[in-house]
Design a protein around this ligand. Structure first.
Ligand SMILES: [Zn+2]
Length: 452
């Protein structure tokens, strides 16, 4: 299958030279960008006239919890900070089943794709009862139906209320069960080949819901299987107090003691690191997924973004769970990141184009991918297009590099293309009837939340 983007008004490539191309064609064959240039003499099954379109690399979301889409904006969770917020919500989440996971995954991925996201990682760690592979199977099915590039996690928790943890007993599992399921998940779903559409990472939830043994065993297993590691870390002051009280160590020191750092590891949040710890992240190549909206909503704090960038700590962007963001919009997240860091760090903050690179190349690196993240010959064709004749960007499209983070977009992108396939066309999902998906979700949410 060949696709030709004819005469693209502007291509912000985010490549190593920060190339911006004007009025060029992009030729895509079998999912790969084969040529970029003026007036390409090529034939293609599908041609899109891009004379008025701006083109960007697909955004990469490196932290989310799709299942939380069905527990957004609940009255009992408003005004709470992380630990109390989790305690209320675990009583809802323990009712998760494959249908709720399938539909919430599909809906979250749909919203992400409509905001230019082409690759998403989902940190799923709630596996009630016996449902383990069936939940991941539901997620991969939803991603495949939409055409999204997807990295799932076999997340885990083994500390419940009876151990002094926050989750109810019914959503935690034994380490033996988690290890067996993790091996099966990688064997069943993980494709390490270039251009892969489906991968798996291993991801204990957090230091207060996963034990020392679970972290250590997971790190060993991931390395033996060649998959990446992820967890929440340094999200709140309360977590810091918890590890210092329970283990006499600060959170990162605790992770180091379990060999849960390295260039195959990325942490969500990373708000409360001191200077020395930032250098450890840099020296070990451990990445951070910055989640500004969630950090603001749960009053967790502000990550030290300029210090991380100056040191060279690998940085990416995540919208975090749908219940601590109340949205799944990567362009909005870029803008939040831009504005929050401007507020806190003034002229030391990254500029709007830096945030685009963090949300594209930075995300690809966090997921261990060198085949996506920029528009370059030889890379997979993951990109999105925006018609510059839209009211929401009137007067703003003269600087396409900075437009998304500085100005944002109030509606869906016009096209999203993943692996050379169109997944969003003229602002609508190509492979899904959006009203039908809404009706399915609405029916399920009523049952899941037990509301009328
Ligand atoms: Zn999270």
């Amino acid at each position: 299958m060949a696709l030709l983007l004819r005469n693209v008004r502007c291509v912000v490539s985010c490549d190593g030279h920060d190339n911006v191309y004007e009025k060029v064609d992009i030729f895509i064959r079998d999912g790969v960008i084969e040529a970029i240039g003026k007036d390409l003499d090529v034939g293609a099954e599908k041609v899109i006239n891009c004379t008025e379109l701006l083109c960007y690399p697909g955004l990469v979301n490196t932290h989310h919890h799709f299942y939380q889409l069905f527990s957004r904006n609940l009255p009992d969770t408003q005004g709470l900070r992380l630990f109390d917020w989790l305690t209320v919500l675990y009583d809802v989440w323990k009712r998760l089943d494959p249908e709720a996971v399938y539909l919430s995954t599909k809906c979250a991925l749909a919203l992400l794709m409509k905001s230019g996201c082409t690759t998403a990682f989902d940190h799923h760690y709630v596996f009630p009862g016996e449902s383990s592979l069936s939940l991941l199977e539901a997620q991969f099915a939803a991603a495949e139906e939409l055409g999204a590039r997807f990295c799932a996690s076999r997340g885990s928790m083994d500390l419940s209320k009876k151990d002094g943890g926050l989750p109810p007993d019914s959503v935690v599992q034994t380490i033996e069960r988690i290890m067996n399921d993790s091996m099966a998940a990688v064997e069943t779903f993980h494709d390490p080949s270039p251009g892969s559409m489906r991968q798996v990472a291993l991801a204990p939830c957090s230091p207060f819901s996963a034990s020392r043994e679970l972290y250590s065993e997971t790190a060993k297993l991931a390395r033996s299987l060649g998959v990446r590691l992820h967890t929440h870390l340094c999200e709140t002051r309360e977590e810091e107090y918890y590890t210092q009280t329970a283990f006499k160590m600060r959170p990162l020191e605790y992770m180091q003691s379990m060999d849960f750092v390295g260039d195959d590891v990325w942490f969500a949040h990373g708000v409360w690191f001191n200077d020395e710890e930032l250098r450890v992240l840099r020296d070990t190549g451990t990445g951070i997924s910055h989640c500004p909206t969630s950090n603001m909503k749960l009053a967790s704090g502000t990550a030290r973004i300029p210090d991380m960038l100056q040191l060279g700590v690998p940085l990416s962007l995540g919208v975090d769970g749908s219940a601590s963001n109340d949205g799944s919009d990567m362009i909005a997240e870029m803008r939040q990141a831009y504005l929050l860091s401007r507020l806190v760090y003034g002229n030391h903050a990254p500029d709007a184009y830096d945030w685009l690179k963090i949300a594209t190349l930075g995300g690809a690196k966090a997921l261990g991918r060198d085949d996506i993240g920029s528009i370059e010959i030889g890379k997979r064709a993951d990109l999105f297009l925006i018609d510059k004749r839209r009211l929401d960007i009137v007067g703003a499209a003269y600087s396409p590099k900075t437009m998304l983070a500085a100005v944002g977009l109030s509606d869906s992108v016009d096209y999203t293309i993943v692996n050379g396939e169109i997944t969003v066309e003229e602002g609508r999902l190509k492979h899904e009837n959006e009203r039908h998906l809404f009706e399915q979700c609405h029916r399920k949410i009523k049952q899941y939340l037990d509301v009328e």
